[in-house]
Design a protein around this ligand. Structure first.
Ligand SMILES: [Zn+2]
Length: 312
């Protein structure tokens, strides 16, 4: 029998987890419209703007370089498999059409579509993570704790998907924009995702399974400018104090905060495979990194949203 390497073991566990995460029917139309396809978080028309070769690094490439592939091709970047091709095209067509960004009345729709995409990707990642952790819960107490934590987030995220669905169906304006700006240059990073923002609070904020005040981010580099937007649902009042403080800091500091959020909170950020690999070494996890350290990690990262790092 050959030697079992960490990489071999990891790939095998990941393959199994991926298989177990396989959804048979589109969760939106129940399979009526067609078969499941690879959906993408950051749209491909955006990803093409930041890499000539269309090859990227994402959180997994930076955090787990020993076991993950070195780079991702555009077709494998930020994918989740929960919905069919027809639903994918229909649900996200406002935000995946560049000209809609200059039409003010489309703004809330764009945000809702981004939020839905974020929530669906999160659900897929959570299912995958749970499948990956499951073999370890009998043997390791710590794994069981993390497993239970992710299960509670899964339920909360499921609620969120329903809420966003209702917003999209009713056409209600339901998003509060905390920050929105078009930078007049192209950032090297494209990102989107949602997360419960706890770092801004002094007391540790614990999500409960009914309500998580999700914070949404999208950083979308177009051909010669970049949209940076931070938003949450109008009824998420927990952030009011934080939003007030955030409103008082300088433009650069705001970008700094958003940049930190991208690298500490999101899985789905993308950078050209040849850029900044060394600068982001601090993201790297190793087999000595405990779960606790991972959740509490403080990362010092350059602000890649600043003009200094712009790409042509
Ligand atoms: Zn469908």
């Amino acid at each position: 029998m050959g030697k079992i390497t960490i990489k071999g073991n990891y790939s095998e566990l990941m393959k199994k987890a991926l298989n177990n995460t396989e959804v048979k029917k589109c969760i939106v139309c129940d399979g009526i419209e067609g078969t499941i396809i690879d959906s993408h978080t950051v749209p491909q028309f955006i990803l093409r703007n930041i890499s000539l070769t269309h090859e990227y690094k994402s959180s997994y490439q930076f955090e787990l370089p020993d076991v993950e592939n070195e780079k991702l091709g555009i077709k494998k970047s930020g994918i989740f498999r929960l919905i069919c091709g027809t639903c994918d095209t229909e649900l996200f067509k406002t935000y995946e059409t560049e000209k809609n960004y200059s039409i003010p009345c489309k703004e809330q729709r764009i945000l809702a579509e981004i939020a839905l995409k974020n929530a669906l990707k999160k659900q897929y990642d959570l299912l995958l993570t749970l499948n990956l952790l499951e073999p370890g819960i009998e043997k390791h107490k710590e794994v069981k704790k993390v497993f239970d934590y992710y299960v509670s987030i899964l339920y909360a995220n499921d609620n969120e998907i329903q809420r966003i669905w209702d917003i999209l169906e009713s056409g209600l304006e339901d998003y509060k924009i905390i920050y929105k700006k078009y930078l007049n240059y192209k950032t090297p990073v494209a990102a989107q995702g949602h997360f419960p923002y706890a770092r801004g609070f002094e007391e540790t904020y614990k999500p409960n399974e009914c309500v998580i005040p999700w914070m949404n981010i999208a950083v979308l580099p177009f051909s010669n400018k970049t949209l940076v937007v931070l938003f949450t649902r109008n009824d998420n009042t927990i952030y009011e104090g934080w939003i007030k403080k955030f409103g008082e800091i300088s433009e650069n500091e705001k970008l700094d905060v958003i940049n930190d959020m991208i690298f500490t909170e999101l899985e789905d950020y993308f950078i050209d495979k040849d850029l900044m690999a060394d600068d982001l070494l601090s993201l790297r996890l190793n087999d000595k990194t405990s779960m606790k350290e991972f959740f509490n990690r403080q990362i010092q990262i350059n602000n890649y949203l600043e003009e200094t790092y712009k790409i042509q």
